[in-house]
Write a protein that binds this ligand. Structure first.
Ligand SMILES: Nc1ncnc2c1ncn2[C@@H]1O[C@H](COP(=O)(O)OP(=O)(O)OP(=O)(O)O)[C@@H](O)[C@H]1O
Ligand SMILES: [Mg+2]
Length: 360
């Protein structure tokens, strides 16, 4: 069992110094626009992922006019206390301690406190560019497989180097094939491992997602989810040779797992083009709950679920089915934000959820 019991947030976004204690499995977080509901969820996310879900630059997480931030969270994982302290002094490197012991590499923390977040802008995963869908997949697999994250870090570093090299070749008007061969090999190795792992995990993930969609939609809508990679047709070695002419002209790498795609169809048509907003939202929940279920199956522990503003756009029936699954059929801890306290209270009553509500 994984539970967050309390968190102290200091100079993180709009928070000065604030303590929160949680005693129930289902925690509602209520308050008007801009009071810090999303920021509280993000602080929790931060403790699980060593980074914010929303802001790429850590400087933006520091409260305006302050020099750094500090998060202290007390979790309980299978009866063992897990005290997380994260201190960012605004000078790049940050301290991240678990039970007062620092990590040599932050990446090692990923997956130890599994969590899934659903935020309003996440529909971008479905309607936006392919990068968001790869990120969705990576966030999941990184939590399941520490080697995946290491390989991904290596791959991205080598990809940058290769692209830099292609630019240099173009500038100098000549190609150093020896150097290119070396860098190709350095890219191919992690690329293949990532491809294999993505193939493996999506095979397990896809039926879970399709099943959740059926449950949320409760009708005959048939959705399909496909993982598509250039590496499915040819080996990475062959691909990289074949696309080299194109790489040379465009001065960047055109083949590899950074081009992988996930596609969705609804009744055999491209989902993006025909789905309604509610259907998009249903698919988003299915994707995230699929993630949740997979993490749970692997870790034998329910992840923490962070639901930000989920009440918009889903009809009441879909919302009830969803919350019933999330809060009643599940033993994981759930945090739900809402601007309407009454709405949340009503749902808790209707579904007989023994939750608590924190008013910001
Ligand atoms: N680095 C920062 N320093 C100070 N305040 C910040 C910082 N970053 C964000 N904020 C403030 O935090 C507030 C937003 O908080 P948050 O997004 O958590 O609100 P919310 O309660 O989720 O609102 P909504 O209901 O609109 O989603 C804004 O007022 C924003 O200006
Ligand atoms: Mg918000």
């Amino acid at each position: 069992m994984l539970r967050l019991q309390k968190i102290t947030i200091t100079h993180f976004k709009n928070y000065g110094i604030t303590n929160f204690s949680f005693t129930k499995n289902v925690v509602g977080i209520c308050g008007l626009n801009g009071v810090g509901k999303t920021n509280l969820l993000d602080a929790i996310y931060y403790c699980c992922f060593t980074k914010s879900y929303f802001t790429l630059s850590d400087t933006l997480n520091i409260q305006f006019d302050k020099d750094g931030f500090r998060l202290e969270a007390h979790f309980e994982k299978n009866k063992e206390p897990q005290k997380i302290i994260c201190i960012n002094r605004g000078v790049g490197k940050k301290d991240f301690l678990v039970n007062d012991i620092a990590y040599d590499k932050l990446a090692k923390h990923i997956g130890t406190l599994p969590a899934v977040i659903i935020a309003p802008d996440d529909v971008e995963i479905i309607i936006g560019g392919s990068e968001g869908r790869r990120r969705y997949l990576d966030t999941l697999i990184c939590q399941l497989d520490n080697e995946y994250l290491q390989q991904l870090i290596t791959y991205n570093k080598v990809l940058q180097q290769r692209n830099g090299l292609l630019k240099r070749f173009a500038e100098q008007g000549k190609i150093d094939t020896l150097l290119l061969d070396v860098i190709n090999e350095q890219l191919i190795n992690p690329g293949k491992i990532i491809f294999e792992k993505r193939t493996h995990y999506t095979q397990i993930l896809i039926p879970l997602v399709e099943n959740f969609y059926r449950q949320i939609a409760d009708n005959n809508e048939k959705i399909q989810f496909n993982y598509v990679s250039l590496l499915q047709a040819e080996s990475f070695e062959m691909l990289i040779q074949k696309t080299f002419e194109k790489d040379k002209i465009l001065q960047r790498t055109n083949a590899g797992i950074h081009k992988d795609e996930i596609t969705f169809t609804l009744n055999n048509q491209a989902f993006k083009q025909i789905a309604s907003q509610g259907q998009r939202k249903s698919l988003l929940f299915a994707l995230k709950l699929g993630q949740y279920q997979l993490l749970k199956n692997y870790n034998k522990i329910s992840p923490i679920l962070l639901l930000d503003d989920v009440f918009e756009k889903l009809d009441e029936k879909r919302m009830h089915r969803l919350l019933h699954w999330v809060c009643k059929e599940n033993d994981g801890q759930v945090f739900i934000t809402d601007t309407h306290k009454q709405r949340l209270q009503n749902i808790f009553e209707q579904l007989q959820i023994d939750g608590e509500i924190i008013q910001l």
